[in-house]
Design a protein around this ligand. Structure first.
Ligand SMILES: Nc1c(NC[C@H](O)[C@H](O)[C@H](O)CO)[nH]c(=O)[nH]c1=O
Ligand SMILES: CC(=O)[C@@H](O)COP(=O)(O)O
Length: 161
């Protein structure tokens, strides 16, 4: 289903585990900061809405989405239940977009394979700034909210497995 056919911010609280026992690390790219800070707000608010204490949310900033890989690796070493990687990659004039997107995708996948702490992929890969803004608190909702719910569910799965 395309994002255009669903609102990224919608969730049924009755289906979400209580997250008061969890601690989350959020690593945020500074590239396209208007977008990434909007994603962070969505994630933070959803975690709080589901019982996470403010002092159990740790935020680190990194220069760009490619640095999310190293930042999330180091965040996994903290005492956290799950990590959320937040970035916004927007197509420019060259193929750099393709390499950044592929590199970050593979890097975050590798972190999930190699280490115990789940890393949630909250990296927008858009053709335009308009698309990115629409998915970070605009008409399509907020992918940060979606990522926070995924983080809670994966933290619960890790706790029970
Ligand atoms: N163009 C975008 C970048 N590029 C920067 C890279 O992520 C990286 O920081 C640089 O190559 C140094 O290693 N990053 C984004 O997050 N979004 C972009 O649109
Ligand atoms: C994703 C990028 O690195 C890209 O936005 C950079 O723009 P350009 O391809 O025009 O150098």
């Amino acid at each position: 289903m395309a994002t255009a056919n669903k609102n990224l911010s919608e969730y049924d609280k009755a289906t979400i585990p209580n997250a008061s026992k969890f601690r989350f690390g959020i690593v945020v790219s500074e590239w396209n900061e208007t977008v990434t800070e909007g994603l962070y707000r969505g994630a933070y608010e959803a975690l709080i809405d589901n019982g996470v204490a403010p002092n159990n949310i740790v935020k680190w900033d990194v220069p760009g989405s490619f640095e999310l890989i190293y930042g999330c690796k180091k965040m996994q070493e903290q005492m956290v239940s799950a990590v959320i990687a937040i970035g916004s990659v927007i197509q420019g004039e060259t193929k750099h977009f393709d390499f950044v997107c592929e590199g970050v995708t593979q890097g975050i996948k590798d972190l999930n394979v190699m280490h115990e702490v789940p890393v949630i992929f909250c990296v927008l890969t858009d053709n335009t700034m308009k698309q990115a803004l629409e998915r970070s608190g605009g008409k399509h909702g907020n992918k940060g909210t979606e990522a926070a719910i995924a983080a809670i569910k994966m933290a619960e799965l890790r706790r029970n497995s």
